[in-house]
Design a protein. Structure first.
Lengths: 98, 191
């Protein structure tokens, strides 16, 4: 059995990955929506998104709608795989004991 | 790094909660424009029915066609917005299913009218209209409580109006029925 994914296992990053993973592949979610769904602050969210982006697990796109800046995030293919692996690890741990 | 069984259980719970929440919110956001569109159709067509009864068939016929077109456009725009790299936002398979769902709905309502034979336009209006909020309530049991609440309030309004409002029932249906759908759509969008 694979070990835990240290980047994803942190509580907020796990919730970010779970939220993005529930969307169809390639579907983006606005930063503000994600923040509201998870009840996180701007700073907290930005820190964890940066860690996930650095690992290549999420992608971030910044653009403008009119004059308003917009940030959208989505789970990359490696991110989806890492999330699936980590959840499988957690399930195995519960089923098999350790 | 070691993870205990308790931590694993807690993490899986978090995963499940986060997934459920975003799926519900996504459903709300996708449903919102359709509620607003059909609220407007109810508002306009019922108001025309109240004040220009000879234009009723025309108002409802054109209202339903425009509502279906607007709903289809809203669905296409939504699918483009979330996947900018998608080659085509129009999916013929989905369009066929949506069209068939509409046909089934219209067939059901036609059968309902044929069997129960309402004697007044007020009865027919209530009978047709009450179908939709109950559908929302049924869907809400699976998809999220806000949907259920919109259906409940709308159904209660339709029934209350049917019992207590006489000759101005169509206006009531336009203002309350249409209004509750529009307000419900805005409420879903804000989720």
């Amino acid at each position: 059995m694979d070990g835990p994914d240290e980047i994803i296992h942190q509580s907020m990053r796990l919730r970010i990955a779970a939220t993005l993973n529930a969307l169809p592949h390639g579907e983006q979610l606005e930063f503000n929506k994600l923040k509201a769904v998870l009840g996180a602050t701007d700073g907290n969210m930005a820190t964890h998104l940066a860690a996930l982006e650095k690992a290549g697990y999420i992608a971030i796109q910044k653009d403008f709608v009119g004059k308003k800046p917009r940030t959208r995030v989505w789970l990359t293919r490696p991110g989806r795989k890492a999330f699936d692996r980590h959840v499988a690890y957690l399930r195995e741990l519960l089923d098999g004991g350790s | 790094m070691t993870v205990t069984r308790e931590e694993a259980a807690k993490a899986l719970e978090e995963v499940s909660r986060a997934s459920d929440r975003i799926v519900t919110l996504k459903g709300y956001n996708q449903g919102a424009p359709h509620f607003i569109i059909w609220g407007l159709v109810w508002l306009v067509a019922n108001t025309v029915t109240q004040f220009w009864p000879d234009q009723t068939d025309w108002a409802w016929g054109s209202g339903i066609v425009m509502g279906m077109i607007a709903s289809a456009v809203a669905g296409i725009v939504q699918s483009r917005g979330v996947k900018p790299d998608a080659p085509s936002a129009f999916d013929p398979k989905t369009a066929r299913r949506v069209g068939l769902t509409w046909l089934v709905t219209l067939a059901f309502i036609s059968c309902l009218i044929f069997i129960s034979r309402p004697e007044t336009s007020r009865e027919a209006n209530a009978m047709i209209s009450i179908f939709f909020p109950f559908m929302y309530m049924g869907a809400g049991i699976w998809a999220g409580w806000r949907l259920f609440a919109i259906g409940l309030v709308t159904a209660a309004g339709i029934l209350a109006g049917f019992v207590w409002i006489g000759e101005y029932y169509a206006l009531w249906m336009g203002l309350f029925g249409g209004g509750s759908l529009i307000a419900g759509g805005l409420w879903l969008r804000s989720a």
